[in-house]
Write a protein that binds this ligand. Structure first.
Ligand code: ADP
Ligand code: MG
Length: 304
């Protein structure tokens, strides 16, 4: 049984269409990145999956149960960090987490549960402060802690790292990566590197539609069937010589003797290039395989 399922979900805000026929299935233990530009519909989809917002049409299911039918039960299964992480800034960290613990009517010892989360989210040095006095990075940690307080099996984090500086960001990603080992996770972001770093699967949405849904590794391959190589020869020669080679699709002269070469059929042609050079008495000064970037995949998939 799928842990999370969206069946033909569409959402309108008045006349504004936010989601269009979304279908997805997420299995237990997957860590899925929901990637898309601002306004793509990421937050709307997350609110629907967590039962905070009803879809206009279609059904969201958690463990096979319609979230609109059993919203309270569903919320016990889900830890949700909403966009902009709304917190009570006048409360002390520990007091707030205790407050959230009580809302869920959790069984067990509240102090132990809260202390465990303070450790888990790295709030040991901050838990005596008021939330309003915390840096953005620590506020996000409080947001994560509140989402985890009832030990949910599913975590839905809406842009958990947005607005963080690089150091804060690494800390939060580390926590999410660790959580991903035990939980089913959906996180939204518009940062490609984030899904690369954290997620094993990526769902790209654009203008309310899913434009790609695949393993993170596969999406790199989808960036067009092109592999590029940057090669510098000692000798100068004409473009025709390269264009004639059967393993080359496209060439571009970058500087005097340096070329950007796209291979045919997504092939690694480094060896072919060396053999070509040796056979023709050319000297290869450098040869670099350009990395496929998630940015390229995204641009291609969301291009008009
Ligand atoms: P994302 O999280 O990917 O930035 P959202 O789900 O917030 O996207 O928004 C999707 C679309 O729905 C956008 O066009 C946005 O302007 C619109 N939208 C979101 N929330 C509301 C709302 N409460 N009322 C009207 N339109 C909304
Ligand atoms: Mg959003």
């Amino acid at each position: 049984m799928a842990t999370i399922e969206a069946q033909n979900i569409s959402k309108y805000y008045g006349k504004q269409k936010a989601l269009s026929n979304i279908n997805l299935t997420i299995k237990k233990g997957e860590v899925v990145g929901l990637l898309g530009p601002n306004g793509a519909g990421k937050s709307t989809l997350m609110k629907i999956l967590t039962s905070f917002l009803p879809p206009t049409s279609g059904t969201a299911l958690i463990n096979g149960v319609d979230v609109q039918e059993a919203s309270l039960d569903i919320r016990k299964l889900i830890g949700y960090l909403p966009e902009n992480n709304p917190l009570y800034t006048d409360m002390y960290v520990k007091e707030y987490l205790r407050f959230v613990f009580d809302i869920y009517k959790n069984p067990g010892n509240p102090n132990q549960a809260v202390d465990r989360l303070i450790d888990l989210t790295g709030l040991q040095s901050e838990y005596k402060k008021k939330i309003g006095a915390l840096s953005k990075g620590y506020r996000q940690r409080v947001g994560l802690a509140q989402a985890l307080i009832h030990d949910p099996e599913i975590l839905i984090f809406d842009e958990p790292t947005s607005g963080l500086d690089p150091n804060q960001l690494i800390g939060i990603r580390k926590i999410i990566t660790d959580l991903g080992k035990e939980k089913t996770v959906i996180l939204s972001t518009h940062i490609m590197q984030e899904v690369e770093a954290v997620c094993d699967r990526v769902i790209i949405i654009d203008k309310g539609r899913i434009v790609a849904d695949d393993a993170t590794i596969n999406l790199f391959k989808m960036a067009g069937n092109k592999q590029s190589f940057r090669v510098e020869f000692k000798e100068q020669f004409s473009e025709n010589i390269l264009n004639q080679l059967p393993f080359i699709d496209k060439v571009q002269l970058l500087s005097k003797n340096e070329w950007l070469i796209e291979s045919k059929d997504n092939k690694d042609i480094r060896e072919d290039l060396f053999k070509f050079a040796v056979a023709n008495n050319y000297n290869v000064l450098s040869l670099i395989q350009e990395e496929q970037k998630m940015e390229d995949v995204f641009r291609r998939l969301t291009e008009q």
